[in-house]
Design a protein around this ligand. Sequence first.
Ligand SMILES: [Mn+2]
Length: 195
Amino acid sequence: MERKAAIHRQTKETDIYVSLNLDGKGSGEIDTGIGFFDHMLTHIAKHSFIDLEVTAKGDLRVDAHHTVEDIGIALGKAVKQALGNKEGITRYGSAILPMDETLVLAAIDISGRAYLGFDAAFTSPKLGDFDTELTEEFFRAFSDNLGANLHIKLLCGKNNHHIAEGIFKAVARALSAAVALDPRVSGVLSTKGAL
Ligand SMILES: [Mn+2]
C-alpha cells in the first residue's frame, strides 16, 4: 500500500501545495519564496527519506509568518493523511543530532495528541529572509496538525544557521523513525488499539 498524500490549502494569505511519499528516497522539490526555509525543508526531505514537494505563494510582502505557519499546517495534515489509521508504524522516533558545535535533541510520538515542547533560543532574529522565531511556529503548526507530541531541545550551539539546520535535521531523523513500518507491530501500537 502506498503511503502518499497531497494537500492543497488556500486562504487569503497563502496558497500552499504539499505532496509527499513517506516511503521515498528523500527527494525535495521545494519552492516557498523564502530561500532559507527552502534549505530547511530540503533537509527535512533528505534526512527523513520522505519525497517531498512544497510549492507556496504567500503574502511575503507582509512577512514570512503566514507562509511558514501554513506550510507547517499542510505538512502536518499531509503526513497524517499518508499514515492513514497508523497501522504498523513504529510510532516513536528520536534523534540527537550534531552539527559542528551544535547539538539538538528531537523526539516525537505520533500519538494523535498534539503537543510541542520547544526549548531552543536563537541569538539572531533572521537567517536570510527567514525569521528564526518562525522555527517554533512551524513545528507547532506541524505537530498540531499531525497530532503528534514533539519535543525539540537545543543541547548546545552558537551559530544560528547550525542551530536551525540541526533542529530541522533532528526532527527529520526522528520523524523518519516514527513513521517507519515495524514488522513486529500488528495493528496499531497502542494498548488502546487506536492512535
Ligand atoms: Mn546549511
